[in-house]
Design a protein around this ligand. Structure first.
Ligand SMILES: NC(=O)N[C@@H](CC(=O)O)C(=O)O
Ligand SMILES: [Zn+2]
Ligand SMILES: [Zn+2]
Length: 349
């Protein structure tokens, strides 16, 4: 198959940042995806409906002219989020989900949750108002090995959370382990999961063997080859509770190429193409449409997109860096090739 036409996909986990750089990144996603769940870990975090509404306006204004790209907003859950704020968010009609960052787990998560018990009323309100809880699933106890933080979260936090809130709809974000795949498969219908392109295509050797590669560093960190294989099997299985979430997470080059670099991989300029590579590698291109365009919308109870998008098998070389505010950003595959491209996309770098 040298060309693939699918229902226009959506990105169920995306970081766009804010300010000057918004317009530098949003067009990449808008060229590929109909909608995206926009993460709230700005500085300061998007903890109120008012802030989410204003961020949505800035995102709409930063889209390319004529784009129908629809940002679905999220609220950043804290220990002190009142149930009334959840109610306001649901009533606004623009907030789709609430995001749980365990405090300290990842980029800009300092205001995140320290004790889920303190969020009981807010979590009940999320379920009651039919919002979704999206979770960065890692424990943050300093003694827990970084490669074990996701697995620990499943048993110690996610299981009890699902039991305590029997109507809560949850998306476990950016799965990285075989254990997480098994947990989601065994979980209830109201538990969904996103998988990034980097976790389908790379393992921890790509981060650490033969030299440290800061542009392959994200959280949860890349795991073993057997984990990658389990993720790829899940994504290509046709199972409706696994769906696309790129977690494209831009950081300026200097913030990555430094003694203590930020976590986050920038994939927006080639995200769908990377998924096509991953699916193609196991002969599963026919399953890409379900994963990328159907399962997420169905899980969120939203209509599937009506437009279509065509990918062509034709290698394209990525530039070494792309403009990002007054600086530069290094996308995944910088200076190297990706095997697919969007048909008729003049903006492909
Ligand atoms: N994935 C990452 O490594 N980084 C994300 C945060 C997140 O999704 O955990 C970011 O905002 O930079
Ligand atoms: Zn995360
Ligand atoms: Zn993320």
């Amino acid at each position: 198959m040298d060309s693939l036409t699918i229902t226009q996909p959506d990105d169920w986990h995306l970081h766009l940042r804010d300010g000057d750089v918004l317009a530098d990144v949003v067009h990449w996603s808008a060229a590929r995806f109909g909608r995206a769940i926009i993460m709230p870990n700005l500085v300061p975090p998007v903890t109120t409906t008012e802030a989410a509404v204003a961020y949505r306006e800035r995102t709409l204004a930063a889209r390319p002219a004529g784009s129908g790209f629809e940002p679905l907003m999220t609220l950043y859950l804290t220990d002190n989020t009142p149930a009334a704020e959840i109610e306001r968010a649901a009533a606004s009609g623009v907030v789709q989900a609430v995001k749980l960052y365990p405090a300290g787990a990842t980029t800009n998560s300092d205001s995140g949750v320290t004790d889920l018990g303190r969020c009981h009323d807010a979590l009940e309100a999320i379920a009651e108002h039919d919002l979704t809880l999206c979770i960065h699933g890692e424990v943050t106890a300093p003694g827990v090995d970084i490669f074990d933080r996701e697995a620990a979260f499943l048993d110690e936090r996610l299981g009890p959370l699902l039991d305590a809130h029997p109507r809560l709809r949850v998306v476990l974000e950016h799965l990285t382990t075989r254990r997480a795949v098994e947990f989601v498969r065994a979980g209830p219908e109201r538990l969904g999961a996103t998988i990034t392109p980097q976790h389908l295509l790379m393992n921890r050797n790509d981060l650490l063997a033969g030299g440290i590669r800061p542009h392959h560093y994200c959280l949860p960190v890349l795991k073993r080859e057997r984990d990658r294989e389990a993720l790829l099997e899940a994504a290509t299985s046709g199972h409706p509770r696994f769906f696309l979430g790129t977690d494209s997470a831009p950081h300026e080059r200097g913030q990555k190429e430094t003694a203590c670099g930020c976590a986050g991989i920038f994939t927006a300029p080639l995200a769908l193409e990377l998924y096509a590579e991953a699916f193609d590698a196991v002969g599963a291109l026919a399953r890409l449409e379900g994963f990328a365009s159907h399962h997420g919308a169905d899980f969120y109870g939203l209509p599937r997109n009506r437009d279509t998008l065509t990918l062509r098998r034709a290698p394209r070389r990525l530039p070494d860096a792309l403009p990002y505010g007054r600086g530069w950003i290094v996308p995944l595959r910088a200076g190297a090739e990706v095997a697919w491209q969007l048909a008729g996309d003049p903006a492909s770098p």
